[in-house]
Each structure stands twice: as structure tokens, then as C-alpha cells.
Design a protein around this ligand. Structure first.
Ligand code: NI
Length: 140
């Protein structure tokens, strides 16, 4: 798919531009303003799309818990089975003799994914976790 590049100029305060250039300098291969601005625009489009009511998104929920916590694994299993149509995959890592890390990949309506994540994060014994929601950004 060929995309013609369009040019436009941007005005911003000098100190903001200097800070932006420092940020661009910390990036990997694409260390130029144009690529950095394109990435920021794509991020904003993904964010807007995810915030659209009814949006279909992907969510990855990472949680850390102790497998010694009573009934916890059973409760987490139960929640995931109740929402089997949304849970795409779950990966379990035994971090050490006591702690487990799980990454739960979900696909579905944004509000439902957030509520399942809240349910899991709010389960007693889940020590920490974070939901990352994303999509292609092409329907924003
Ligand atoms: Ni484990």
C-alpha cells in the first residue's frame, strides 16, 4: 500500500521543541521528528478508537500473584471461564517458588474488557497488574 507523504509545518514554543528533540534522540532507529510525530499521531488515533463507545479492542492484562493465596487460582480460572468468548489466551509463568505472572489476552468490546480486568485486578490476592488496551487505530 503506497502512501504519499504530505508536508505541513508546526509551530511550537522553543523549549517544548527542545524537549521534543531530546525525546526523539532517545528513540531507536527512527530518530527524526517526522517519524516521532507520525508515531504520536498513531498513538492518539489508537487511544481515540479505544475510547469510542462499543469499540472492538484487544486488551492484555498482566497480573502478579502468589499461588499460595487461598482459592485465588480457582477464582481467576472461574472468571476467565465465565468470559471464555472474550479471553483469547492466557500465559502463566512461575516467577519463583511462590509468585506467578499471568498475561491474559482479550478481544472484544472495550467496556467489557475493562470490566473483566477490574474484576481480576480486584480479586483478593492479586498483588499488582495492568491492562493495556489497543487496536489498529484505523477506525478512529
Ligand atoms: Ni505459577
Amino acid at each position: 500500500m503506497a502512501h504519499e507523504l504530505m508536508r505541513f509545518s508546526v509551530a511550537m514554543p522553543e523549549d517544548l521543541l527542545m524537549r521534543f528533540d531530546r525525546l526523539v534522540g532517545t528513540r531507536g532507529l527512527a530518530r527524526n521528528r517526522s517519524e516521532a510525530v507520525r508515531d504520536l499521531v498513531r498513538d492518539a488515533l489508537v487511544e481515540a478508537e479505544c475510547a469510542t463507545p462499543g469499540a472492538e479492542v484487544y486488551g492484555t492484562l498482566t497480573i502478579v500473584y502468589s499461588h499460595h493465596a487461598s482459592d485465588l487460582q480457582e477464582k481467576l480460572h472461574q472468571i476467565q471461564h465465565e468470559h471464555f468468548s472474550v479471553i483469547v489466551s492466557t500465559t502463566h509463568v512461575h516467577v519463583d517458588a511462590h509468585m506467578c505472572l499471568e498475561v491474559i489476552i482479550m478481544h472484544g468490546e472495550a467496556a467489557l474488557i475493562q470490566s473483566i480486568a477490574n474484576m481480576i485486578l480486584g480479586t483478593k490476592g492479586v498483588e499488582n497488574g495492568r491492562l493495556v488496551v489497543t487496536t489498529t487505530g484505523r477506525d478512529a
